[in-house]
Design a protein around this ligand. Sequence first.
Ligand SMILES: NC(=O)c1ccc[n+]([C@@H]2O[C@H](COP(=O)([O-])OP(=O)(O)OC[C@H]3O[C@@H](n4cnc5c(N)ncnc54)[C@H](OP(=O)(O)O)[C@@H]3O)[C@@H](O)[C@H]2O)c1
Length: 256
Amino acid sequence: MNTKLMPTVLITGATSGFGLATAKKFAQHGYPLIITGRRKERLQKLSDQLSPITDVFFYQLDVRDSEAIKTFTQAIPDNFKQVSILVNNAGLALGTESADKASLDDWHTMIDTNVTGLVNVTHSLLPILRKQASASIINLASIAANWSYPGSHVYGASKAFVAQFSRNLRSDFAGTGVRVTSLEPGLSESEFSLVRFKGDKEKYQQIYNNADALQPEDIANIIFWIAEQPAHININSIEVMPTSQAWDNFKIIKHP
Ligand SMILES: NC(=O)c1ccc[n+]([C@@H]2O[C@H](COP(=O)([O-])OP(=O)(O)OC[C@H]3O[C@@H](n4cnc5c(N)ncnc54)[C@H](OP(=O)(O)O)[C@@H]3O)[C@@H](O)[C@H]2O)c1
């Protein structure tokens, strides 16, 4: 295996769903990987699985903890230090109640993870990314960044932050080697809805039953394609849905 010439890929939230599938995809193509997430045993398992085909460094990390991220950045071994692809994937939605019934704690957790966490990681990695001849930041936003639906309130707003942050980073780094993409998926089958419904398997299954949702591997393929574009091409944003999904009609609530 010749990993010397391959850029290192850093993935947040690699223990499940998109992050896990993305780790496998890049590993299949020989990219050295840094995989992070809170569930250490899953990181260990994935590392054991992928180590025969590429170099893997795993690190237990909660993206909400800015001090831990600084420690992590310093702990990256020398042979993984050339991080050229950052997949800012860690994120979550909590609850589907209307705003007046939603939990304030859930709102804070979504903001802390999807906004503050993504900002923490990006800020910490930028000095490394800026040193590379070519680098990519691929941020997981959502269709919820662009379109409203009932119960999306803070989740959608946090993803709108991700999409706009991505555009603003583009402005800062235009003409440098750093590329930035906002990836905005629709309905995708992963543990995302299990987390959103707080472990309610029935509600989780109802969402995906016969929905022909996107699969984590579909998103991993798109992330890989974005990263593999020639250095002079920046994919600004991609909104992707399963063919079974479309935008809702504008609703009209009539008086009785
Ligand atoms: N599935 C969808 O329909 C969908 C659609 C659009 C966008 N997205 C976005 O895509 C991203 C990945 O979602 P997914 O569908 O793959 O969901 P998932 O299967 O639930 O995976 C989420 C990942 O994020 C990690 N994570 C959550 N909180 C974290 C924290 N505080 N620190 C570090 N890692 C954390 C989880 O790892 P640990 O629990 O081990 O920390 C897990 O690996 C998210 O940003 C999500 O908002 C999902």
